[in-house]
Design a protein around this ligand. Structure first.
Ligand code: GSH
Length: 322
């Protein structure tokens, strides 16, 4: 685990000393947009026109942020249009690495299908040899301009939703204009309390920071449980990106966050509506294939040695989501 500093890899764990034991996630750096005609998107420059085979996704099956992109890619039937490379779930001293560089590769991990690199940080350096910052998944790579278009999952899923309409017969809109304000408002709260909330609880290094995060997390889960009463999805009958963004945290919750991150006031399977919601989203065509529990469990329990020094991966829980 580490980061790049002016193009050099430095092996270091998250610094929480300067933030009172609180884990603070840094802002992502590559912010260009793929659009249908190559016009600039809401941030960054233009020149990234949607084309089949031009863009490549680097993901980890373990990562909830990367998982968003895999789900939208599957639901939009973009698998043939945007190929994927999958890093090994174990994140050690060199950060994310590909299957050919992993000590004990986990089934489902792949090599780097574009550049043939062995470590994900080398992909970042190929885009910017002087890059400083965290080396995270997901990454959307442009084969033509040989650079990273974007490494922010919230933006990548919007590109997959609307830039590639010419390459898919799926016309479902996961970010429909009339609901955008409501989706954005809910996303912000779910991000803070739930998606990032589990990390704030798990990576906290003071009791106070942990309790603050865990209480806010469960207050929000209780609210979401109430919101889902009598409705299929967060925005009522329309499946939107807000559901996908919540799902990737909920599917990891009982197997990982309850134990590993100490988010243990309740489990998701004890919430009738959240449980139904997870099962319904999991059952959508293509989604089950994006959920790789061995990668998810192995990543967290084995990579975070400060939290789980033995690296033992729990056997349970029993599967309730399918
Ligand atoms: N804001 C980013 C966050 C991505 C992220 O933090 N990914 C994690 C994996 S779950 C990662 O690659 N972490 C490596 C690191 O922080 O060094 C996004 O949503 O795309």
């Amino acid at each position: 685990m580490g980061l790049l500093v002016e193009g050099k890899w430095v092996d270091q764990w998250y610094d929480t000393k300067s933030t009172g034991g609180r884990f603070v996630r840094t802002v992502t750096r590559f912010r260009d947009w793929v659009t249908a005609d190559g016009a600039p998107g809401s941030s960054g420059g233009g020149g990234f026109r949607a084309e089949a085979g031009r863009y490549h996704l680097y993901v980890s099956y373990a990562c909830p942020w990367a998982h968003r992109t895999l789900i939208v890619r599957a639901l939009k039937k973009l698998e043939p249009v945007i190929p994927v490379s999958v890093v090994d779930p174990f994140m050690g001293s060199e950060g994310w690495v590909f299957a050919d560089h992993a000590t004990t590769p986990t089934e489902g991990a792949t090599t780097d299908g574009v550049l043939g690199k062995q470590r994900l940080y080398e992909v970042y350096l190929a885009a910017d040899p002087a890059y400083s910052g965290r080396v995270t998944v997901p990454v959307l790579w442009d084969r033509e301009r040989e650079t990273i278009v974007n490494n922010e999952s919230a933006e990548i899923i919007r590109m997959l939703n609307d830039a590639f309409a010419a390459f898919t017969d799926d016309d479902h809109d996961y970010y429909p204009a009339p609901l955008r304000e409501e989706i954005d408002a809910l996303n912000a709260r779910v991000y803070d309390a739930v998606n990032n909330g589990v990390y704030k609880a798990g990576f906290a290094t003071t009791q106070e920071a942990y309790e603050e995060a865990v209480r806010a997390l469960f207050a929000m889960l209780d609210e979401l449980e109430a919101r889902l009463e009598g409705r299929a999805w967060l925005m009522s009958e329309a499946l939107t990106e807000a559901d996908i963004r919540l799902f990737t945290t909920l599917i990891r919750f009982d197997p990982v966050y309850v134990g590993h991150f100490k988010c243990n006031i309740r489990q998701i399977r004890e919430y009738p509506n959240l449980r139904r919601f997870v099962r319904a989203l999991y059952a959508l065509p293509g989604v089950a294939g994006t959920v790789n529990m061995p990668h998810i469990k192995r990543h967290y329990y084995q990579s975070h040695k400060t939290i789980n020094p033995t690296g033992i991966v729990p056997v349970g829980p029993e599967v309730w989501w399918s």
